[in-house]
Write a protein that binds this ligand. Structure first.
Ligand code: PHE
Ligand code: NA
Length: 463
């Protein structure tokens, strides 16, 4: 079989939309508002901006450069830097594999909740509806065997939407970079922007919106002297930009040689952050409405994570005028935002195996993508699946991502000392040269902060 030419994005805008599609995900909609609220409100925007400039954008540029220069998925790209470094790439592939299996599950819930919004099927108790009626979650995790396919009991209502999510994702990947990923994002992102503008306008015109925004943005300046607030800011940036585990290396490997990397990184980073701040405004305006109509403080209603999207929001939707439409749009935006991220995660695994074994796209998508889908469907839509999901997410966020990114920057900057070469490579196509600050951020600031993040999570684990 003759070697196949590497696929390419049709346009630079297509690449940017795909990169932004990967970045904008479930994390923007529920993670950012909650993290900001818990870490000093308005004052958090300062560490957030510092983290964006000193780690987010520099690492984004590094990943773009590695991808474009070596035109390979992470393992093969790192291997070209140095043979043993290939292992870093495979660690990133493992992380992507694990994230994909459970990220799809949350999208599948959102698919169901689009339907539940019509007629507000959760009734008066969205909490017991989610865990009892919909997920039929067992009270407590039983033995390990309860999680295995032959010991688990499956929840039919959670199985089919998950299968549907996987069919869509594999179909897009099977169509390829240009006809699949690029086209899907050209539809998804504009759709998401429209949905979101409608949602945010509705949210900020609700009674009580100002109370919610006050709670979100009222700055607590003292928080700036707290170390964990800074750790949270860097953590949010890594998660939100999808950096540290090879996604951007993979997407950049389909770029033309002359594509401007620095400019693209700035557009993607600020696009993601704008969306995140917009989501924060929408979510907290809504929580303000809920607090005011329930006669409580925003504190009482501001739960984070899944509870926010699948418990607090349903409650608001039941109470607000035109709730059905609002609810359907909200869950539909979760679906669209989530799908474009999931596609990028699975593509890392598929293209890594493709590069390693010289496989064509279709067999790679069917075997590798199919395996991820089967694992996901076998493990998660069960009555104990929610506990497994929690555990996987905790492990990946606390250790997987930070560790992979830490090892990668130390190896590139200090062991192999490749920053100057990579810098020249990036500068060759960019209007604005990177300069010494880029090496300082990647060589010093990023590894120090990531190391600190690792220690911080280890310490809090044993608290
Ligand atoms: N960046 C995505 C978000 O904000 C999260 C994500 C995590 C995307 C892992 C891809 C992989 O939701
Ligand atoms: Na994001």
């Amino acid at each position: 079989m003759p070697p196949q030419p590497r696929e390419q994005w049709a346009t630079r805008a297509g690449f940017l939309l795909a990169a932004i599609g990967s970045a904008i995900g479930l994390g923007n909609i529920w993670r950012f508002p909650a993290v900001t609220y818990e870490n000093g409100g308005g004052a958090f925007l300062l560490p957030y901006l510092v983290a964006l400039l000193t780690a987010g954008i520099p690492v984004l540029i590094l990943e773009y450069t590695l991808g474009r220069k070596y035109r390979s998925s992470p393992p093969a790209a790192f291997r070209q830097l140095s043979r043993p470094a290939e292992a870093i790439g495979w660690w990133q592939v493992v992380i992507c594999f694990v994230i994909a299996t459970y990220y799809a599950v949350i999208i599948a819930w959102a698919v169901r909740y689009v339907g539940f919004s019509v007629g507000q099927q959760w009734g008066d108790e969205p909490d017991s509806f989610l865990f009892g009626t919909f997920l039929r979650a067992a009270d407590s995790p039983g033995s390990f065997a309860d999680y295995l396919p032959w010991g688990a009991s499956y929840v039919p209502g959670a199985v089919w939407p998950l299968v549907a999510v996987w069919v869509v994702v594999l179909a897009v990947l099977a169509l390829g970079v240009r006809r699949g990923i690029e086209r899907a994002n050209t539809v998804f992102i504009p759709l998401l922007v429209v949905f979101f503008l409608v949602l945010v306008v509705r949210a900020v015109t609700l009674e009580g919106a100002a109370t919610g925004l006050d709670a979100l943005f009222a700055p607590d300046w003292d928080s700036l002297t707290t170390g964990s607030v800074w750790v949270a800011a860097y953590g949010q940036i890594f998660f939100s930009l999808s950096i540290g585990f090879g996604i951007m290396i993979t997407y950049a490997s389909y770029l033309r040689r002359r594509a401007d990397l620095t400019g693209s990184a700035l557009v993607a980073a600020f696009g993601n952050s704008s969306f995140e701040i917009l989501a924060g405004i929408g979510v907290f305006a809504t929580l303000g409405f809920m607090a005011v109509s329930a006669g409580t403080a925003v504190d009482e209603v501001a739960t984070s994570g899944l509870g926010l999207a699948f418990v607090a929001f349903p409650q608001v939707i039941s109470e607000m005028p035109m709730g059905t439409l609002f609810g359907a749009l909200f869950f539909a935006s979760l679906v669209v935002a989530g799908l474009s991220s999931l596609i990028s995660i699975v593509q890392v695994v598929v293209s890594s195996v493709q590069d390693r074994l010289g496989l064509r796209r279709l067999p790679a998508v069917l075997s590798v993508g199919g395996l991820i889908a089967v694992v996901s469907v076998a493990l998660f839509p069960t009555d104990g699946g929610i506990y497994l999901l929690d555990a996987s997410d905790h492990f990946i966020n606390q250790y997987g991502i930070a560790l992979a990114a830490l090892v990668a920057v130390i190896v590139v900057a200090w062991v192999l000392r490749r920053l100057p070469v990579l810098q020249r490579n990036a500068d060759a196509t960019s209007a604005v040269p990177l300069g010494w600050w880029w090496r300082l951020c990647l060589g010093l600031i990023t590894p120090l902060v990531l190391g600190w993040m690792m220690i911080d999570s280890l310490v809090s684990e044993f608290d």
